[in-house]
Design a protein around this ligand. Structure first.
Ligand code: MG
Length: 266
């Protein structure tokens, strides 16, 4: 603890590296969510990973015995759909470099997957990506389609180690098209804006929890929220301790953080 922080009214939790690593849960998730409820905290999950839809995340949580409502999950795909809707209110065709979850989210907002004559090229993580698709996406961007990246995470934690994330694919297309992308996910404030709107809390009374300094914590500090870094994912303790401005809470994992909040505010 670097500062005297007031009791938060809400938590925004990152998922990969905070709730789980791949399919492996980090701690006793039902007990963690019970304690969050007992502390009277509203909770929302926000992830840069757009490969799964909100319903996919709810299903994944249900399998881990955690029941949440649909409004309590935001991914960078939702925030990207929100952004595109502001730009193109009537929807339209988009080239998608990404997985089914992203295509589903964009389709719900009126943006259908197409290979030509597209308004935008939307780029996320895609574990089936081919050189041919990358070439087609780069050509669409060169032809004038808006280049939108769902999130800047260059790597993605799995039980086998770090794998290339959306940011790595975006960097490839940036090099191949000579065009600068617009990036929507954390640390861009777009996602946290959607999250705070749903929680109906202010940044000052909201604690944002993540495992990455350069996305979760940077974005949270940019909007003036309280911050917590857990050491169960990408960033390590040494980088966390030297981060400026200081992170409010640094904890081994989510279990330890919630216990600290319980002792301090419970
Ligand atoms: Mg993470």
């Amino acid at each position: 603890m670097k500062k005297n922080r007031q009791k938060p009214q809400a938590l925004i939790l990152d998922m990969d590296g905070v709730l789980w690593r791949g399919s492996q849960p980090l701690g006793n998730l039902p007990a963690i969510f019970d304690t969050i409820r007992a502390l009277g905290l509203r909770v929302l999950l926000a992830t840069n990973n757009a490969t799964l839809s909100r319903d996919d995340y709810l299903e994944k949580l249900r399998k881990l015995s955690v029941e949440l409502e649909r409004w309590q999950v935001v991914n960078s795909g939702d925030a990207t759909a929100h952004f595109l809707k502001q730009k193109f209110p009537t929807g339209g065709a988009v080239f998608i470099v990404g997985e089914n979850g992203l295509a589903h989210t964009l389709a719900e907002a009126g943006f259908l997957k197409a290979d030509a004559d597209v308004l935008a090229v939307v780029v996320g993580m895609d574990r089936q990506l081919s050189y041919g698709q990358l070439g087609a996406a780069a050509r669409a961007i060169r032809s004038g389609a808006l280049f939108v990246g769902t999130n800047p995470d260059r790597t993605y934690p799995t039980p086998d180690g770090l794998m290339p994330g959306a940011g790595a694919v975006i960097a490839f297309l940036r090099a191949a098209s000579d065009v600068e992308p617009i990036i929507i996910g954390k640390p861009s404030p777009e996602m946290y804006r959607v999250a705070l709107e749903r929680l109906q809390t202010t940044p000052e009374t909201t604690l944002i929890v993540g495992d990455r300094l350069d996305t979760d914590i940077l974005g949270a500090q940019a909007i003036g929220a309280q911050t917590a870094l857990v050491l169960s994912g990408v960033s390590d303790e040494q980088s966390a301790r030297s981060w400026q401005p200081p992170v409010d809470y640094i904890a081994r994992d989510l279990t330890a953080l919630i216990e600290e909040l319980r002792v301090k505010f419970g």
